[in-house]
Design a protein around this ligand. Structure first.
Ligand SMILES: Nc1ncnc2c1ncn2[C@@H]1O[C@H](COP(=O)(O)OP(=O)(O)OP(=O)(O)O)[C@@H](O)[C@H]1O
Length: 324
């Protein structure tokens, strides 16, 4: 089953085309990551899916509904959770009061104390919102996104400002939500977050989809050459190595690139052991998700710095949830 369908989606702000006909689908029960450089059009896409922004062209379905149709606004609010980059909440309410108040807006909310536990704010449940740290405030945002027990959850850069251990807990929470059947659409600039969480990934740049796949296959990562590096054992030369051709040696390290490293490693390590020696500082690496992401988006980065500043400047205005 498909939770979100986007086909031929186009959007312009004035004369500036921002989405140039994008297509993607989110399968029910998966964590779907929408990635792209600053100004690529991710927030615009999310806002269209969330029903905060209209589109110029294309088909958009969220849980089988058109998010821009006012007839479904109530149903969408019941079934879709949203964690924005910064949610406005009453500063003088306590954490528990804030969550309990939001819970009251839903037909079948989660248990308030259960949600507080889930996001790790038990110690802070009586603290006023204004006294929370940045990371604790983001946890509260997360709590407000899930308290309605949504079947689809939008997470816009959910762990920005979290310390490493809070990020791990947030990842666990997101996985738990997915495992309990919630579909999750995530945007983030952290590739380790994508690697840890995403079932599928779509990269958008300059208003177009430029690649999609899983964290393992994006950018042909699974087919990329493996890089093997090791120190040439003392008293040996490259020609002694059990390899068809002599590999390059840079700063005393042998550099090899092979499609499938198992057999090569087997003969190299066997060769070293037979000689009673080792392959010092041996590493085997494939390109990381960050490497392939940077490669995919490299050509789109130029000229985006100015756009990104513009993007930050307009964010405040757009995040007021007005329908435009
Ligand atoms: N309300 C608006 N009016 C005019 N231009 C806008 C508006 N909102 C966004 N833009 C422009 O549309 C482009 C896409 O912006 P968007 O915020 O969707 O990108 P993004 O991928 O979310 O970026 P970031 O990673 O910086 O959050 C940017 O060039 C931005 O300046």
């Amino acid at each position: 089953m498909t939770a979100v369908v986007v086909e031929g989606l186009r959007k312009a702000y004035g004369s500036r085309d921002v989405l140039l006909g994008i297509d993607f689908a989110v399968t029910e029960g998966e964590i779907f990551a929408l990635l792209g450089p600053n100004g690529a059009g991710k927030t615009t896409t999310l806002e269209i899916l969330e029903g905060f922004r209209g589109r110029d062209e294309g088909r958009v379905e969220v849980l089988g509904m058109d998010p821009w149709s006012s007839a479904v606004a109530h149903e969408l609010r019941e079934r879709v959770g949203i964690v924005l980059q910064d949610t406005a909440v009453e500063p003088y309410l306590s954490v528990r009061e804030t969550i309990a108040r939001d819970a009251g807006y839903y037909r079948a909310p989660r248990d308030v104390d259960g949600v507080i536990e889930l996001v790790g704010l038990r110690e802070k449940r009586r603290a006023k919102v204004k006294d929370l740290s940045g990371g604790q405030k983001r946890r509260l945002d997360l709590a407000l996104g899930v308290v309605g027990n949504p079947s689809l959850l939008f997470l816009d850069e959910p762990t920005t400002g979290f310390d490493p251990s809070a990020r791990r807990s947030a990842w666990e929470l997101v996985r738990d939500l997915r495992d309990s059947g919630t579909t999750i659409v995530l945007t983030t600039h952290y590739m380790d977050e994508v690697q840890a969480l995403a079932d599928s990934v779509t990269v958008i740049a300059d208003g177009r989809i430029v690649d999609s796949g899983t964290p393992a296959t994006l950018g042909g990562r699974d087919k990329a050459f493996a890089r093997i590096r090791f120190e040439l054992p003392p008293g040996t030369g490259v020609l002694d190595l059990p390899l068809p051709t002599a590999p390059p040696v840079v700063d005393g390290m042998v550099h090899l690139e092979v499609r499938e490293p198992t057999a090569v490693l087997h003969s190299l390590t066997g060769w070293a052991l037979e000689r009673g020696t080792t392959l010092g500082r041996l590493t085997v690496e494939r390109p990381s998700l960050e490497d392939v992401y940077l490669e995919i988006t490299r050509s789109f980065e130029t000229g985006e710095a100015a756009q990104s500043q513009q993007s930050a400047a307009v964010r405040g205005r757009r995040r007021k949830r007005s329908r435009t």
